[in-house]
Ligand binder design. Structure first.
Ligand SMILES: N[C@@H](CCC(=O)N[C@@H](CS)C(=O)NCC(=O)O)C(=O)O
Length: 202
């Protein structure tokens, strides 16, 4: 199995963590989707990472689809519950965490533009998405819908989103007033799968 991705992408990290947790052997193909001569489009017409190529030569892209494919292999630990509705609820939380990643990515791209071309309004809009998303997760952990010890698609995704916020210094004060979310991600960051997929220091 080949995972096409970059070491800094939170979406790629989500898939790497899942593969590592399940003990699935894979080759990491490092390709930078934002560099001019990248080859990502041969795996995903949208030119986005991650993409996963199976031993049979099937190609999967978009991280929620890849995560679904990996669950079909039925290798423990399961990242989703058996019950279809409960699984759908967790996948919605994965979508929420992915939305935080999207908003962080837009913020980073916006801040990379020349200062006079940056839009404060756009940055604020994205920051609000991030804050509302994080607030929702804080409540989910506080009320026990997600437990600090949970290892599932939603908790892996939110930890990858927060890992990216930390790495890019987007919303640096995110942990203030979100003690439950801090406990959840600190617990996950101690796992070998997260230690091995930490984004490179700049
Ligand atoms: N919804 C996609 C998002 C993937 C994504 O945005 N990846 C970024 C890297 S973090 C990318 O490849 N961007 C390249 C581009 O937008 O051209 C997923 O979950 O896989």
């Amino acid at each position: 199995m080949k995972l096409i991705g970059s070491y800094t992408s939170p979406f790629v990290r989500k898939i790497s963590v899942i593969l590592l947790e399940k003990g699935i052997t894979f080759e990491f193909v490092n390709d930078q989707p934002y560099s001019e001569d990248n080859g990502v489009a041969q795996y995903n017409p949208l030119g986005k990472v991650p993409a996963l190529v199976t031993g049979e030569g099937e190609c999967w892209f978009n991280s929620p689809i890849i995560a679904d494919y990996i669950e079909l292999l039925d290798i423990a630990p399961a990242m989703l519950p058996q019950d279809a509705k409960a699984a759908l609820k967790l996948r919605q939380l994965e979508a929420l965490a992915d939305g935080i990643m999207d908003a962080a990515l837009v913020s980073v791209r916006e801040q990379a533009r020349p200062p006079q071309q940056q839009s404060e309004t756009e940055l604020l809009r994205q920051r609000e998405k991030i804050n509302r998303g994080l607030d929702a997760f804080e409540v989910l952990v506080a009320e026990g819908t997600l437990k600090v010890s949970d290892l599932n698609l939603a908790t892996v995704a939110v930890a990858c989103a927060i890992g990216y916020l930390n790495f890019r210094r987007v919303a640096p004060g995110w942990c203030v007033d979100r003690p439950n979310l801090v406990a959840l991600v600190e617990n996950l960051f101690q796992r070998e799968s997260f230690a091995r997929t930490e984004p490179p220091k700049a």
